[in-house]
Write a protein that binds this ligand. Sequence first.
Ligand code: FAD
Length: 384
Amino acid sequence: MDFDLIIIGGGIVGAAAAYRAGQLGARTLQCDRRDKGRATDAGAGILAPESSTRDGRLWYDFALDAVDYYSVLIDDLTADGVPIEELTRAYSLCSKLSVALDDTEAAALAEMEQEIYARQEERRPPSAEMIRRISPAEARNTFFPPLADASAVLLQPVSRRVDGRLMTAALEGGLRSRGVRTLDADVSALLLEDGRVYGIRTASGEDYTAGAVLIAGGAWSAAFADQLNVRIPVAPQRGQIIHLHVPGQDTSSWSIVGGFSGHYQVPWPGGRVAVGATRETGSGYAPQATVEGIQEVLHEALRLAPGLRNAAIQEIRVGLRPYTSDHLPLLGSIPRVRGVYLATGHGPTGLTLGPFSAKLVVEQALDQPFAWDLAPFSTTRFIR
Ligand SMILES: Cc1cc2nc3c(=O)[nH]c(=O)nc-3n(C[C@H](O)[C@H](O)[C@H](O)COP(=O)(O)OP(=O)(O)OC[C@H]3O[C@@H](n4cnc5c(N)ncnc54)[C@H](O)[C@@H]3O)c2cc1C
């Protein structure tokens, strides 16, 4: 056997999985095809489950543990020699505003507020960092100067943002220091015998064997379903996001802003503000910007923050989110086939959940103890 574990995919999930496997001392190979439309390269980077009520309780509980895991990961990467400046550019704490622009959105905000408080009382005791209302004037003067004249604003004083590209690069630094082997390769098939996966074949015809194979191929993961004779119900959902440059402003201390139309804004140091994003279910594998998508993103951006009207358009990014219909990831072993594991389907919240998911699935694949019941995330939930 060449390796203990082979990981297919080099987005945030594949990179975090490879890093965890390296930490556990497993002989590991990570293969990546670097597809155009890799979701990690386009992700906005909001890590804020505390103020997200869109998804259910299971998602919320998992996401709270997942954001806690980020601090463990940052400490571990620091100890493994990844420069602290690199990590600080990749991941940082910041505040977040939820902004209602009219009476209908204000009613939605009030409902959301009740749910946040109920969850917070139950899971995390109230603290000085508790989410609270602030006046629209305070929101604009202190937290996000380009903001519209809002109806109601909720402040989450402590939230986080992650740059998917930089975080993946930091994980790559960590996994190299742990002796993980990486390969730029297109994995064209799994090696399968008697209901057990024992390796992979690349498009150039090389075979590599392993005790276990982990599929972390994002929106492309379903390509292995036929061979495994299972459903892997993940599909690409295109997201278009625009990076703006606001000259002469110190954007480093601005808040993340979330609106009620599904759109948001994420400030970064150096005058950069990312505004997004479309959610195009059924887009197929078509990672290009479109006229309609860009119009939607800019329209919503200016509705939330008219003060951005003179910002320069710096870059348009397009990613294919690995979408599942119930907004939960697909994690862990697969029924009836041994030696193969999934860590995919993180949809719009893979930067939040991905590293933690990857850690748990690697621990399962390597027969280590792991701290979450992965059964609710199994593909079996889609079998009637
Ligand atoms: C516009 C946008 C905004 C987003 N905002 C947020 C956000 O604010 N917060 C949040 O938490 N999440 C966000 N997300 C979601 C998040 O980015 C994704 O869920 C996450 O990055 C998925 O990571 P992944 O590693 O599973 O997939 P990807 O990053 O897509 O990586 C998959 C990798 O696998 C490789 N691969 C696939 N098949 C093969 C094969 N056969 N052989 C070799 N390699 C293969 C691909 O080439 C690719 O490199 C956003 C996404 C988008 C598009």
